[in-house]
Design a binder for this molecule. Structure first.
Ligand code: PLP
Length: 466
């Protein structure tokens, strides 16, 4: 065997021989000699492995190896975590980083990242200050809550509040609200982790106030918990208890009512046609003692968990030992403050915050964007049929599960390759362009695209089809 392969092995170019190629010398100047040498070694080692395992019956010459090496250098130069173009139409795509920040929020994050800051310093007093006070003031003002607290994400918010409020005691929750969010986060597990005891009441489809009432034990019960079923809906023969009813029951028994809102829209999104998402202020007004929600879902800010509620409950959480482990970092804090400042004027929020802007974008604007993309592809004469189609898209991110937004997309049908191959090439290109395949076509949904991305998409397509 080895004798058969040895001429092939001997024909493998040497590293120095490769590096002497003018193309690679130029590439080393643009990037670094280190990067190019590493890529050359990697490609040559791979080639040796293929020859030894009999997968290769011809040894490519240095010129044939060039594109492989250039590609390897390019890939190594790229960040693992990098921007993509989202043509899926899913506005809050958990795998693609959920909410896009507003420019104001991104700028605020960069500024504190690159400078020393007032993170925990009170300029007026000239001494140590409290982290997050600014954000907490904004939150209480915007929602009418007595007190506020921010942590790393909503899962952290729940863990902290349950650990602080109900450890060792029972938490009553409807069987219809034992939610799982994206794989690893399950309400029953987080309850257990906090040291609280889960008491499920009712059935999957129906839970009555009486069910909660019957489960209350004056000694053992610590709280009543309501969880927004943010990523599913139970339809048909159903009944759930309203927050108001639960609050009345809690007050009667001197038990706090906690609500996990999941998405937490700061104000009603009815103007975007979204009716099912409860607004945070409504929950506070209805008398919930503590509510929690994510910063990077419908709020459209950075990853964060927001806790609002009565001082008597929120204040002890700030002293809890878990607080240090779950606290928000300065960049997210800055981005959250900048996002919340935009909410002081709701009209401003709808213009400046990308999540709200995409939600509120009217169909004719989305259609015009899809048309512009379709036309540019047709005009470029690419070997691909492009057509604007009317579609429906999801909000995503565990928000508004049963409501689809009307949208428009550019539907692509390549002439010389399969749709799956085109999807693969666009997805693995630079920048990566993600769409969805429906009915044998690749759809690029214009609701989640920006005008500035359209020429980039055209370039990527030309590259993939060329
Ligand atoms: C999304 C969600 C969570 C988890 O929020 P993260 O910010 O991702 O930790 C918890 N509860 C509900 C109801 C949710 O929708």
């Amino acid at each position: 065997m080895l004798t058969e392969q040895s001429p092939l092995l001997r024909a493998i170019p040497k590293v120095d021989q490769m590096l002497a190629l003018p193309e690679l010398a130029r590439l080393a100047e643009e990037t670094s000699l280190f990067a190019v040498t590493a890529a050359v070694r990697w490609i040559l080692d791979g080639l040796r492995g293929k020859i030894l395992s009999g997968q290769c019956s011809h040894t490519p010459n240095p010129i044939e190896l060039l594109p492989l090496i250039e590609e390897a250098v390019r890939q190594r130069q790229q960040m693992g975590l990098r921007p993509v173009i989202n043509g899926t139409g899913v506005i809050l795509h958990t795998n693609l980083g959920r909410a896009r920040l507003s420019e104001e929020a991104a700028k605020a994050a960069i500024e504190v990242a690159c400078s020393y800051s007032t993170l925990e310093y009170d300029l007026k007093q000239g001494r140590r200050g409290k982290r997050a006070v600014h954000v907490e003031h904004l939150l209480t003002r915007l929602t009418g809550a007595e007190d506020a607290l921010v942590v790393n994400n909503n899962a952290a918010a729940l863990l902290l509040l349950l650990s602080s409020m109900t450890a060792g005691r029972q938490v009553i929750i409807s069987r219809g609200e034992l939610v799982e969010i994206g794989g690893s986060f399950r309400i029953p597990d987080i309850l257990k982790q906090s040291g609280s005891i889960l008491t499920e009441v009712g059935t999957t489809n129906k839970t009555r106030l009486q069910d909660y009432q019957d489960a209350i034990d004056p000694q053992e019960t610590g709280a009543l918990l309501k969880v927004h079923t943010s990523n599913y809906q139970i339809v048909g023969f159903t009944q759930q208890v309203t927050l108001e009813e639960l609050v009345a029951l809690g007050q009667k028994h001197h038990l706090p009512v906690i609500q996990d809102l999941g998405s937490g829209a700061l104000f009603s999104l009815a103007s975007c046609g979204i009716r099912e998402e409860p607004a945070v202020a409504q929950s506070i007004q209805a008398g919930a003692d503590v509510v929690t929600f994510s910063g990077d879902k419908l709020l459209g800010g950075p990853q964060a968990g927001i806790i609002l509620g009565k001082k008597a409950y929120v204040s002890p959480m700030k002293q809890h030992p878990l607080m240090r482990a779950l606290r928000l970092d300065k960049m997210n804090l800055a981005a959250l403050e900048a996002t919340l400042r935009l909410y002081r004027d709701p009209r401003e929020a709808f213009v400046r915050i990308p999540t709200l802007q995409m939600l509120g974008c009217d169909l004719s604007t989305v259609q015009a964007r899809a048309d512009a993309l379709t036309r540019s592809i047709t005009a470029a004469g690419l070997p691909c049929l492009a057509q604007t189609v009317e579609e429906h898209s999801q909000v995503g991110g565990g928000s508004v599960p049963n409501q689809m937004l009307p949208t428009a997309a550019t539907a692509l049908r390549p002439q010389n390759l399969s749709v799956t191959e085109l999807e693969h090439r666009l997805r693995t290109g630079d920048p990566p362009v993600l769409g969805r395949i429906t009915k044998g076509r690749l759809l690029l949904d214009a609701r989640t695209l920006e005008d500035r991305e359209l020429p980039v998409i055209l370039d990527c397509l030309a590259h993939c089809l060329g």
